[in-house]
Write a protein of this length. Structure first.
Length: 368
C-alpha cells in the first residue's frame, strides 16, 4: 500500500465566496428559527421507512409461497437501502443528532439489514471521498479496478471499451462487493482506511465481526431457519438476498454516481500533494446537482435523502438534507458572482453525460 503525501488545497479562509455562503446559510437558519440537524419530519420519514421495512420482513417470514417471499424480501432490502440513504448517510455526517454517540448508534442500527461496516464506510465516505473528490490516489471511490476506468490518469485495458454497456452490472454488485470483500480488505489493513478507525485491535475486530454476524443472522440465518419447512429453501433465501442487494445497490449508484462523472474534472496533484485551487472551488469542479423532471417526479428527490443535490451536499455535508433545497438556491445565486459555475441538470442530462464519460474513459488513450 503506497503512502501518499498529504493533499493540500489553497487556503480558503480568505475566500469571499466562502464568507458570503456561510453568512447566507446562517441567516437562512436564523430566519427559519431552526438548526442544521434533523427535525420531526425527518424522524417521521425515517420511522415510516423503518416500519415499512419491518412489515415487509414479517410478511416475507410468513410467506406461503416462493413468489410472495421473494417479492416481500427483496422489497424489504430495497426499503432498508432507502432508509439508509435518508438517515444513515446523514448520521455518518453528524447531521441527524447533535450528539455524536447517537449518530453512531443510528448508523450502526440502520446498517444491519444493509450489511456495510459503518465505521469503515464513514471513513471512506467522509474522510476520503468528501475531502478528496475526484483526486487520483486519494478518493477511494475512484480507485483503479479491472471493471471501470474512472479517471484519465488510470491505466487502460481493452474491457473498458464496453464499460458504458456493463456498468449497471458493476453498480448492482457494488454493495455485495463492499459487504463481502471491501470491508474485509479494510479490516485486514490492506487499504488506508483502518488506521483512521476509532476501533483498533481486538475491540475493532469484535465490533466488526459482531455487526457482520448481526447482518447474517437477520437477513439469512433467521429466514432460512423459519422457512425451511415451508418449501422455501436456503437457495431461495440466498438468491433473494443477492437480488435485493443488487437492486438496492444499482438504484443507489445509478442515481448518485453520475454526479461526479457528468462534465466534471479530475485531478492528479503534484509530487508535493498540492492542488492549484481551494476546496470550495474544487467542489464546483467535481460535482453537480440534479433534479427530477418533470415536476411530477419531484417526490423522487425527497426519497433519495437529498443526495440528488450532490454539490450542495458536498458544500454542506454536516447539514441535514432537509435544508438542501434552500441551500441550493443560495448557492445558485452566489456562485456566478464569484466566477463559479453552478450546474443543476435533469436526470436525462445526468444519464447522457454519464454515458458520454464512460465512453470517453473507455477509449484507448493516444499515448498508449
Amino acid at each position: 500500500m503506497t503512502t501518499l503525501p498529504p493533499l493540500r488545497f489553497k487556503p480558503a479562509r480568505d475566500s469571499a465566496f466562502r464568507r458570503e455562503l456561510r453568512e447566507r446559510a446562517d441567516a437562512y437558519l436564523a430566519g427559519a428559527a431552526t438548526h442544521r440537524f434533523a427535525d420531526w419530519r425527518m424522524w417521521a420519514k425515517s420511522l415510516a421507512l423503518a416500519g415499512l421495512a419491518t412489515l415487509l420482513y414479517v410478511l416475507a417470514l410468513n410467506a406461503s409461497g416462493v413468489a410472495m417471499f421473494v417479492a416481500c424480501y427483496v422489497a424489504c432490502l430495497v426499503t432498508a437501502m432507502v432508509l439508509a440513504m435518508n438517515s444513515l448517510h446523514d448520521g455518518a455526517h453528524s447531521a441527524m443528532f447533535r450528539t455524536g454517540r447517537w449518530n453512531r448508534l443510528l448508523t450502526r442500527l440502520v446498517s444491519v439489514p444493509v450489511g456495510v461496516d459503518t465505521d469503515f464506510w464513514t471513513i471512506r465516505h467522509v474522510h476520503f471521498h468528501h475531502t478528496y473528490a475526484n483526486v487520483e490516489g486519494y478518493d477511494l471511490d475512484t480507485e483503479p479496478n479491472p471493471f471501470l476506468r474512472q479517471t484519465p490518469y488510470q491505466a487502460w485495458s481493452p474491457q473498458y471499451r464496453y464499460q458504458y454497456l456493463y456498468w449497471p452490472l458493476v453498480a448492482a454488485l457494488s454493495l455485495p462487493y463492499l459487504n463481502w470483500y471491501g470491508d474485509w480488505l479494510d479490516r485486514f489493513g490492506k487499504t488506508p482506511v483502518v488506521v483512521h478507525s476509532r476501533l483498533q485491535g481486538w475491540r475493532g475486530w469484535a465490533a466488526f465481526l459482531g455487526w457482520k454476524l448481526a447482518h447474517v443472522a437477520l437477513v439469512l440465518a433467521l429466514p432460512i431457519w423459519l422457512l425451511h419447512g415451508s418449501g422455501i429453501g436456503w437457495g431461495t433465501v440466498l438468491g433473494a438476498y443477492l437480488l435485493g442487494q443488487m437492486l438496492a445497490s444499482c438504484a443507489l449508484v445509478a442515481l448518485i454516481l453520475g454526479t461526479h462523472w457528468a462534465e466534471v474534472e479530475f485531478f492528479q496533484p503534484g509530487q508535493d500533494g498540492s492542488l492549484p485551487h481551494d476546496w470550495y472551488q474544487h467542489t464546483f469542479y467535481t460535482a453537480c446537482d440534479w433534479t427530477p423532471k418533470p415536476r411530477a417526479l419531484r417526490w423522487l428527490g425527497y426519497w433519495l435523502g437529498g443526495l440528488n443535490l450532490h454539490l450542495t451536499h458536498h458544500l454542506f455535508p454536516t447539514w441535514n438534507h432537509r435544508h438542501y433545497p434552500a441551500l441550493a438556491r443560495i448557492i445558485a445565486e452566489l456562485a456566478p458572482r464569484h466566477g463559479l459555475v453552478y450546474r443543476k441538470i435533469g436526470y436525462r442530462e445526468l444519464h447522457a453525460s454519464q454515458q458520454q464519460f464512460l465512453r470517453a474513459m473507455g477509449q484507448r488513450p493516444l499515448k498508449d
